[in-house]
Design a protein around this ligand. Structure first.
Ligand code: PLP
Length: 369
């Protein structure tokens, strides 16, 4: 049994993939080739944002807007502690300081009340100046943008949506990636829309932000390649990855539908046995992961492993307890909800092609454990 079955998907679109890849080999524009522009146009239309900038990874998709916003030393950027390291890593790389926030016990996303408390505490402490917020759409479910945007407006902060796990999701009919002024997503192979390597995309409606991102993507270039108006990075996606994504995009909306069916079946089969991530009424999740809580998680995982059912733990250590951020002075107990989730969470095999019989087998194993 596979945790994520990428081969089943490849089998469906192998011919389209081969054709798309062959075209790149024929034209030879491996960097910023025609596929890049085509993908950016299609994904901008998909999320309904005016501008899309393709980049080399989801991490660059987070870092580049922070650079454009001039987040740096002395600035505080707020992020959930229960997320993948890259969210806060990008903040630290920009020179700003990540300020962690506890999670909502039901949705596992950043808790808006805790966010506001954290902002007020930071203002009172006068050590860092609040600059922005990076909410994460954890496991594919959009964070509570209505509440977060109201707080951001009140304190004059930018909001950068970490949609690395939620591409294809929506909130009140609006697509993930377009739920804040800037959206960042990832096309790492295991994400809902994945390429065959690394890739990412930034979405914005702001023309000036778009221009800055295009410059930052190519070493801070000005009007031509050898005038540099700022310090940038090499943040380009390559044409081969765009070709792969274009082939996959054709079946992506259908896959998002299939993900709802697979998640719905798990919800029914697992009711009562584990605590299931609550998806808010206004949300459609992209189901990057199907994650549940159980107080004796390690025991359950062991029982599943004995039956050759793979599981994963996203994430066993919240970021405030990671060695990388030990200099920030956090302690165990600072974020009780996130710490409890990290101690109980595990993810079950999940992909659009997971069949009912296999799901029943997995659920039966969870029930008996
Ligand atoms: C995967 C991920 C990233 C980083 O994406 P990469 O493409 O791996 O650099 C950032 N944030 C979250 C929440 C992620 O899951």
């Amino acid at each position: 049994m596979q945790f994520i079955d990428l081969a089943a998907q490849q089998k469906r679109i192998r011919r389209q993939l081969d054709e798309r890849i062959k075209k790149v080999l024929d034209h030879g524009q491996y960097v910023l080739g025609p596929e890049i522009r085509e993908l950016e146009d299609k994904l901008a239309a998909f999320v309904d944002m005016p501008f899309a900038v393709s980049v080399a990874s989801g991490t660059d998709a987070l870092l580049m807007p922070l650079m454009a916003e001039k987040a740096g030393p002395g600035d505080a950027v707020f992020a959930p502690t229960f997320t993948f390291i890259a969210t806060a890593g990008a903040i630290a790389l920009s020179g700003a300081t990540p300020v962690f926030v506890d999670s909502d016990p039901e949705t596992f996303n950043i808790d808006p009340d805790e966010l506001e408390k954290s902002i007020r505490k930071t203002i009172a402490a006068k050590k860092f100046v609040p600059k922005g917020i990076i909410p994460v759409d954890l496991f594919g479910q959009p964070a509570d943008y209505r509440a977060i945007q109201a707080i951001a407006d009140k304190y004059g902060l930018f909001v950068l949506e970490d949609a690395a796990q939620s591409f294809g999701a929506s909130q009140n009919g609006k697509k993930a990636g377009a739920l804040a002024a800037i959206g960042a997503t990832s096309f790492f192979p295991a994400k809902p829309l994945g390429c065959y390597g690394d890739g990412g995309m930034i979405f914005t409606a702001d023309k000036d932000m778009n221009e800055q991102l295009l410059s930052i993507r190519v070493h801070g270039q000005g009007t031509d390649k050898y005038t540099n108006v700022r310090v940038g990075i090499n943040g380009r996606m390559d044409s081969l990855q765009a070709a792969v994504l274009l082939a996959k995009l054709e079946i992506f909306p259908e896959e998002i539908e299939l993900r709802q069916q697979v998640a719905g079946r798990y919800d029914r089969l697992l009711a009562g046995a584990v605590k299931i991530q609550k998806v808010l009424q206004e949300n459609v999740s992209a189901w990057a992961q199907y994650s549940v809580l159980h107080p004796r998680r390690d025991q359950v995982i062991k029982k599943l492993r004995e039956k050759s059912i793979p599981t994963a733990i996203y994430y066993p250590i919240p970021l405030h307890l990671q060695e990388a951020f030990s200099g920030l002075g956090y302690d165990r107990g600072d974020f009780p909800v996130a710490e409890k989730i990290a101690g109980e969470v595990f993810s079950l095999p999940f992909h659009p092609y997971l069949d009912e019989q296999t799901q029943e087998e997995i659920a039966a194993a969870v029930q008996s454990a």
